[in-house]
Ligand binder design. Structure first.
Ligand code: NAD
Ligand code: DAO
Ligand code: ZN
Ligand code: ZN
Length: 369
């Protein structure tokens, strides 16, 4: 079938809107009509050429919401008409990782997904007979996309897909990092570095966890109003100090915070986030994705003296079994999503969404089909 899609032909080039051919779903696969897709920094990261797994030409996008259009042979867990959120972290429920009870990083289709292919090693997208690669197993910048059944979370049809698409990445990642990975408790102190979609969602998570102090850090002060609205108790711009930001935070908090979160992808900030944690017990969670080949460093004594460095993908959330409950909590009014949507546009304007992100003018742009 034909589908309108934004095709990334190569690194550092604007995407072009194309009519592509989408193959029908094979065994265990599902054809989904995407209704809306958020634009996340990770899409821009891959388009920049910094992503070691980035392959071109590809259809990017991983923060979508859609409706099942057709199911392939053997698909039993979703039916035509179901509302779904694509998952870049699938959940097969059977692999060593899924059954470990220790991680959300299902590995069932990891190898092919990392190469931009479906589990059978081929693609479902073509242009003029030439294959176009999938992206993160989701490719939500296409009106129609094909995904493995294990990469779909079925969600309540009452939830507006134009908003809950954000639960396909940014909001779940930030909230999950705080509540699932770090398990922040009432009264804990928290520092959040980077106030994009991920960092602001981490503020929501910290507010829901009843953290006593939520220190929000960004070099773009236009982010501070929303950070405060969502629950930040302090907003700090590192550029306003002539000493390292970790020293500033240690002084503000009588020795450091209980938890910190790096939501930027900057290895120097990752160090600051670790070193602003309290001696003896502070934990720092890396969420940001750094460029190819970059490395983190600190003095080992930081860890010897009790600080903990960890990381999280998709907030540690198992998509098929846990994401539907995030949607229910959103429907119950526990948190809002429209605060994040600073811009909406048709797919034709998708390059503008990337420009807005690079200019620091958007939190989330949501593309409608
Ligand atoms: P974003 O670009 O919207 O936000 C980043 C924020 O960091 C901006 O507000 C920017 O002003 C701020 N910033 C930049 N440099 C800074 C510095 N030196 N000090 C303080 N603030 C600084 O990005 P996003 O969509 O929120 O994504 C954030 C990061 O999280 C990206 O690296 C993305 O790839 C990653 N990510 C990770 C996961 C995961 O599962 N681990 C999921 C989604 C996104
Ligand atoms: O299982 O080895 C693996 C990789 C899982 C991919 C997790 C990606 C999380 C970080 C990228 C941010 C995505 C928006
Ligand atoms: Zn993302
Ligand atoms: Zn699995």
């Amino acid at each position: 079938m034909k589908s309108k899609a934004a095709v990334a032909w190569g690194p550092n080039q604007p995407m072009s809107i194309e009519e592509v051919d989408v193959m029908l779903p094979k065994k265990g696969e599902v054809l989904v009509r995407i209704v809306a897709s958020g634009v996340c920094h990770t899409d821009a990261f891959t388009l920049s050429g910094e992503d070691p797994e980035g392959v071109f030409p590809a259809i990017l996008g991983h923060e979508g919401g859609g409706i099942v259009e057709q199911v392939g042979e053997g698909v039993t867990s979703v039916s035509v008409g179901d509302h779904v959120i694509p998952l870049y972290t699938p959940e097969c429920g059977e692999c060593k990782f899924c059954t470990s009870g220790k991680t959300n990083l299902c590995q069932k289709i990891r190898e092919t997904q990392g190469k931009g292919l479906m589990p059978d090693g081929t693609t479902r997208f073509y242009k003029d007979g030439e294959p176009i690669y999938h992206y993160m197993g989701t490719s939500t910048f296409s009106e129609y996309t094909v995904l493995p059944e294990i990469s779909l979370a079925k969600v309540n049809k009452q939830a507006p897909l134009e908003e809950v698409c954000l639960l396909g990445c940014g909001v779940t990642t930030g909230m999950g990092a705080v509540m699932n990975t770090a398990k922040v408790q009432e009264g804990d102190t928290v520092a959040i570095f980077g106030l994009g979609g991920i960092g602001l969602s981490a503020i929501i998570g910290a507010t829901m966890a009843k953290a006593s102090r939520i220190i929000a850090i960004d070099i773009n002060e236009s982010k501070f109003d929303l950070a405060k609205k969502l629950g930040a108790t302090d907003c700090v711009n590192p550029k306003n100090f002539d000493k390292p930001i970790q020293e500033v935070i240690v002084e503000m908090t009588d020795g450091g915070v209980d938890f910190s979160f790096e939501c930027i992808g900057n290895v120097d900030v990752m160090r600051s986030a670790l070193e602003c944690c309290h001696k003896g017990w502070g934990e720092s969670v890396i969420i940001g994705v750094a460029g190819a080949g970059q490395e983190i460093s600190t003095r080992p004594f930081q860890l010897v003296t009790g600080r903990v460095w960890r990381g999280t993908a998709f907030g540690g959330v198992k998509g098929r079994s846990e994401l539907p409950d995030y949607v229910e909590r959103y429907l119950a009014g526990e948190f809002k999503l429209n605060d994040f949507i600073t811009h909406t546009m048709g797919l034709d304007k998708i390059n503008e969404a990337f420009d807005l992100m690079h200019e620091g003018k958007s939190i989330r742009s949501v593309v409608h089909f």
